[in-house]
Design a protein around this ligand. Structure first.
Ligand code: SF4
Length: 273
């Protein structure tokens, strides 16, 4: 019996976008991963764990724990390199001077029959401007065109407009105030920056509302026609779409771990309307 889904996130929307069947298996049936996603499996798992750990180091640093103390925990080759790049990155040196940094914050707002939820690595305020930072420990720098159309880029900016008022003295944050920055620890001088405008916000929120309605009323969740997506999908065996796992470097751009179950719902800031 499928579970009743109450929340949507950028990951679940991206899954629905990429393959409705994957969305169904992962979020409605909540099936445990039956196949490894990528080869080499162990190396990929280690890279993912290091990525999560890097997020923690950055957070500790941003909440004021002294640099030298945090640096001690950058204790693998990857973590050391990422940490060095983070500490010396030109784009990030002014971060701690921004007022009201919010790290690992979760926002949510109603979206049709669901709540749309997102967990932000960092939101920083500089006068009128609001910066959304997201750390990406990708081994390959994705193209800006690819990032621009990802649901994460659209959801994070749109949700900050919808649900960020309590960071802004009770007034909604305007799209033009927002910029989203993906910062890549392995490509420290090449962050991807996405400004925002009112017409983009309208387009995004309309598209999100439409997608939420479509999901709420869907009775079938077809498999994707793009079989290339299946090489990185842990549900291959359910779909007779191959047994061999795909290459990890390509896969990390296609499939990202779902963060929703890590969300502490007590920390969610939200608006009602
Ligand atoms: S294996 Fe392919 S068709 Fe099946 S859920 Fe995954 S992406 Fe969709």
């Amino acid at each position: 019996m499928p579970i009743q889904l109450t929340t949507l996130s950028q990951s679940s929307l991206q899954d629905y976008n990429d393959c409705p069947r994957r969305f169904e298996l992962r979020y409605l049936e909540q099936l445990a991963y039956p196949a490894i996603e990528t080869e080499p499996a162990l190396e990929n798992e280690k890279h993912q764990k290091e990525g999560e750990y890097f997020h923690r180091l950055a957070q500790q640093h941003l909440i004021g724990i002294p640099t030298e103390q945090v640096a001690k925990f950058a204790n693998t080759e990857n973590l050391q390199r990422w940490w060095d790049n983070y500490i010396h990155a030109k784009d990030l040196t002014g971060l701690k001077d921004l007022s009201g940094l919010k790290t690992e914050i979760t926002l949510s707002a109603p979206l049709g029959k669901f709540r749309l939820v997102a967990k932000y690595d960092l939101i920083g305020f500089d006068g009128d401007k609001v910066y959304i930072y997201d750390w990406k420990t990708y081994r390959k720098r994705p193209k800006n065109e690819w990032l621009a159309i990802r649901w994460q880029t659209r959801v994070y900016r749109a949700l900050l407009v919808q649900a960020g008022a309590h960071f802004n003295g009770g007034k909604p944050i305007q799209p033009e105030q927002i910029e989203m920055i993906y910062w890549f620890p392995d490509f420290p001088n090449d962050p991807a920056r996405f400004a925002y405008k009112a017409d983009q916000f309208k387009r995004d929120w309309d598209a999100l509302t439409k997608l939420a309605d479509e999901i709420a009323t869907a009775s079938i969740f077809p498999k994707t026609d793009e079989v290339s997506k299946c090489s990185y999908c842990p549900y291959r065996s359910y779909c007779n779409r191959g047994v061999r796992a795909g290459d990890a470097v390509e896969a990390e751009l296609e499939t990202e771990a779902e963060e929703l179950f890590d969300i502490n719902f007590e920390q969610i800031g939200e608006i009602e309307f």
